[in-house]
Design a protein around this ligand. Sequence first.
Ligand code: SAM
Length: 274
Amino acid sequence: MQIKQYIPKPIKRILQYSYDGWFDLVDFVLGRRHPMVPARRHTFIGRGDFIADGNAFRETLVQLTGLTPDQRVLDIGSGQGRMSLPLTDFLSKEGAYTGLEIVKSGVDWCEQAYGDYANFTFIHADVFNSYYNPGGQYQSADYPFPFPDDEFDVMFLASVFTHMHPGDVAHYLDEISRCLKPGGRCLASLFLLGDESRAAITRGESSVAFRFPVDEFSLSATELDPENAIAIDEGFIRSALEKSGLRIEGEIHRGSWSTNLPAMSLQDVVVVTV
Ligand SMILES: C[S@@+](CC[C@H](N)C(=O)[O-])C[C@H]1O[C@@H](n2cnc3c(N)ncnc32)[C@H](O)[C@@H]1O
């Protein structure tokens, strides 16, 4: 049983902040924090090695989408720039990166950190998410992406659909389809509920315990704050993709969360094209 989820959020934040503060102090004294990596106590995108995780993701992105240096890339749910940092020495001056993020402090951080990179732009989308942006003005399902049709060669969502409800994901897929250039590709990491992953959850063998039903098509790992971690029915995703005019390219790369086998990533990885 995960006791952590029952600790009130403000208390959890204070505990985490003080714990991380000590490590930040050590990093500061030793001068070892990269200027484009946020301090640990201000990090909201999850734990792990910010730089190593970003580099590994870039490898996967390039391998699976065929991203080239002169293309236009959209990072949906760009957080604090973990996946943009390794693109700074990949994209050429002809290429361009746009990050779309619902947490204003994340956008502010990136705007300041990427001030020297003219082809990197960060946009705030004031979209509601009970976990990340509880004061958000718009619902995901009503939010039109602020871009014209056929704008991007490559898009990606790294651990973003893992915080969204199925209906909201379906709307995002419509917007992705609209904003992708013909032949463009979008990579998303997510938790897919199929026969095998559901069986692993039931046996208690999945590394993320999705035990709490959210709606007909999704389960959460946290009872009190479902948007902290959501897994979505694979059939729902397949039919939403079809409705939005997107199709899966190649195989679905099953994540280690449900198989416990060596994998490309903890989460399942899907590449779609229009
Ligand atoms: C686990 S973090 C991952 C951040 C970033 N993609 C990375 O891998 O470093 C999840 C991110 O999704 C963002 N997010 C949640 N709901 C969103 C939505 N409806 N639209 C765009 N971003 C969203 C959160 O604000 C957060 O930055």
